[in-house]
Design a protein around this ligand. Structure first.
Ligand code: CTP
Ligand code: MG
Length: 334
């Protein structure tokens, strides 16, 4: 077997960087798509306050709508905060939304965080909503801060997200693979562990303590004015970073031993987390706030083998030809 290519040849790497920049321009949501999302959020807020007036009900978007990593087909993640008991009962919420013209309604009342899924035919958006489960707003704020620190994060993360969708590696709920959130944590940790690093650990930098949310410490360094440009000592291009991303997860990372931790800004060991015997612990990704949660546990050993092969495939394509388009070709089911 040929030895692993450590770095791409310079001309190939420059061409890849240009391809990533062009792809990023294509993936960024259009103004029209942003507009549909905003109008949908206003409409949802109006419906809830008309159906149940006087409960101080607010609609907060989180996830990709707020973290700068939205694509045209992304769903809208919504957290409703309210004092109204009827809205808290997800089935009553679902019934009211159906009455107001929402479609494809699915109610998941038993889940750890109960949610209602809907499709709005007017603005053509899919939405997942929870009620009063505000921790997701805090981890969204963390992702958003990381994206704003260095201007390479957004194009790199969007192109990798596109790759995960094209290769069918982005469906934690049904596919047994990983959520976008898990993928984003893997990308951030990759950037934290470059030499020199592109990103810091916001949890490890000095910061003011905030009151806990549902018993969870939600504080981290979030003053973007002082953080912007933190990674400027790292001069790697987008092409070099994408290549190194696939190499790290395809060849270098020891999945047997390591836990990916954005909170620590580093790799931890399964022993120190006490995660050696967890179910589906082939890939370990620590949730930065609820540090007992393994975000990688949606993928079992079999789908982790598939994901690992996909990293290697992508690395090989970039090593041989450097073609982003081939790397992101749509997966064809056999
Ligand atoms: N989330 C979480 N724990 C998970 C999955 C998701 O707390 N295991 C929360 C996070 O706040 C995340 C949000 O749900 O930002 C949305 O998750 P997801 O839809 O996976 O990510 P998006 O960034 O919205 O990506 P996409 O565009 O694919 O919807
Ligand atoms: Mg989402």
């Amino acid at each position: 077997e040929k030895p692993l290519l450590e770095k791409m040849p310079p001309d190939q790497e420059q061409a890849l960087t240009r391809d990533i920049e062009a792809e990023f321009e294509r993936l960024k949501p259009s103004a029209a798509s942003e507009d549909r999302r905003r109008k949908f959020l206003d409409k949802l807020s109006r419906i809830l306050n008309e159906e149940w007036p006087g409960h101080d009900t607010k609609v907060h978007a989180f996830g990709s709508t707020e973290n700068h990593l939205c694509m045209n087909d992304s769903d809208v993640d919504v957290c409703i905060t309210t004092k109204c008991k009827a809205i808290e009962s997800t089935c009553k919420l679902a019934a009211a939304l159906e009455k107001r013209g929402m479609e494809r309604i699915v109610c998941v009342p038993g889940a750890k965080v109960p949610i209602v899924k809907i499709w709005d035919p007017e603005y053509q958006v899919a939405c997942d909503m929870n009620v009063n489960s505000t921790l997701a707003l805090d981890n969204t704020r963390m992702i958003k801060t990381y994206v704003e620190i260095d201007e390479r994060v957004r194009p790199l993360a969007l192109v990798i997200k596109h790759w995960t969708k094209q290769r069918v590696l982005n469906n934690a709920a049904i596919g047994g693979t990983l959520s976008s959130y898990t993928w984003i944590c893997m990308i951030l940790n990759f950037l934290q562990t470059r030499e020199p690093p592109v990103l810091p650990s916001l949890h490890m930098l000095p910061h003011k303590k905030k009151p806990p949310n549902a018993g969870v410490d939600i504080s981290f360094a979030d003053d973007i004015e002082t953080l912007r440009g933190w990674g400027r000592d790292n001069k790697e291009t987008l092409g070099e970073l994408l290549f190194a991303f696939f190499k790290k997860y395809g060849h270098d990372l020891d999945y047997e031993k390591n836990v990916i931790s954005v909170r620590a800004g580093n790799l931890l060991s399964k022993e120190e987390k006490g995660w050696q015997f967890l179910q589906n612990n082939r890939l370990c990704v620590e949730e930065p706030f609820n540090t007992g949660r393994n975000l990688g546990n949606t993928a079992d050993d079999c789908s982790m083998r598939g994901i690992h092969l996909e990293f290697r495939r992508a690395h090989k394509i970039l090593a041989e030809k450097g073609h982003l388009a081939e790397c992101c070709e749509q997966y064809e089911f056999p």
